[in-house]
Design a protein around this ligand. Structure first.
Ligand code: AMP
Length: 284
């Protein structure tokens, strides 16, 4: 079945109301479109776990720090709808910007603590934009379950927190990062990489895997970071926003893999900001 593309909130509400009255569960996959296999893995998981599935496509202006970044963000709605065909989902929720944020809109959702570090520290206001739109998407779609990628691990933790704190009653399900064959984490932003930059991009994940091996062998970040930064510079990653080991749960900074941890990186390659994170086993 080809899923209807809905832009009107009343129609969406009518649909979700009918489903809930029939005792069905609604799984939601929030996206900004330009769908790739990473997004589609979330859709596949949602199909397994919920009886109705809604994919949302909304390029959220509130989570962009620069107007240029927002303008350049890829928009491929027709192709996205075609990619979703084979999943037999129930609706695509793709509201216009002024449906999401009508004139006079002045409410925001803000999660403290978790958002002070990593991307939160480098992209002021980004997670307020994410938290606000996700809260709206959850209530608009009457979600029971929502599916997010570990690719954006900090975002996943922020969304889990807000769903609990605001009693939204949405079970937030984290799904593993899907990668290209060369290790590059799939991302809509990869479309913005030149051919030359695309060849260099997997270096980010390789360098992170090297660090993870060192950490697993008991070495501290201070011993591993200088070499990693040099390797990134050699691959034309001109500025590294962060390369940090953090606790999975609290995102507190760690020096060694003494507890369940993840290694996080964000770096700029040929004008494109790439992020990645990987699981780090507790050191032997
Ligand atoms: P975005 O469209 O970039 O906002 O991403 C929408 C959802 O897809 C988020 O939950 C992301 O974490 C998830 N996602 C993006 N890339 C990947 C990937 N490579 N593997 C798994 N999930 C992903």
């Amino acid at each position: 079945m080809i899923a209807p593309i809905l832009r009107d909130l009343a129609t969406l509400r009518e649909m979700t109301g009918t489903w809930h009255r029939a005792g069905e569960t609604i799984g939601v996959v929030p996206t900004m479109g330009a769908l790739h296999d990473g997004h589609l893995s979330l859709v596949a998981e949602a199909k397994k776990r919920a009886t109705r599935v809604i994919v949302t496509i909304f390029v959220n202006p509130k989570q962009f720090n620069s107007p240029e970044d927002l303008a350049n963000y890829p928009r491929t709605e027709e192709a996205d709808a075609r990619k979703l065909d084979r999943f037999d989902i129930d609706a695509i929720w793709a509201p216009e910007s002024d449906t999401m944020y009508p004139p006079g809109f002045c409410t925001g959702v803000s999660v403290s603590g978790l958002t002070d570090v990593l991307c939160g520290a480098h992209r002021p206001g980004h997670f307020d934009g994410v938290a606000t739109v996700v809260t709206k998407l959850f209530t608009q779609t009457a979600a029971d379950l929502a599916f997010f990628g570990e690719k954006d691990f900090q975002q996943l933790q922020v969304v889990r927190r807000l769903s609990r704190d605001l009693d939204l009653g949405v079970e937030v399900v984290g799904c593993p990062t899907i990668r290209e064959i060369d290790g590059l984490a799939m991302s809509s932003r990869n479309l913005l990489l030149s051919d030359r930059a695309r060849v260099k991009a997997p270096r980010l994940n390789e360098v992170m895997e090297d660090i993870a091996r060192g950490l697993a062998a008991g070495k501290p970040m201070a011993d591993l970071t200088p070499r990693a930064l040099r390797a990134l510079e050699n691959a034309d990653f001109l500025s590294v926003d962060y390369l940090e080991l953090r606790s999975c749960d609290t995102l507190a900074l760690l020096e060694t893999a003494s507890e369940p941890a993840r290694l996080f990186a964000a770096a700029h390659l040929a004008g494109v900001r790439l992020i990645d994170n990987i699981d780090v086993p507790v050191a032997r």
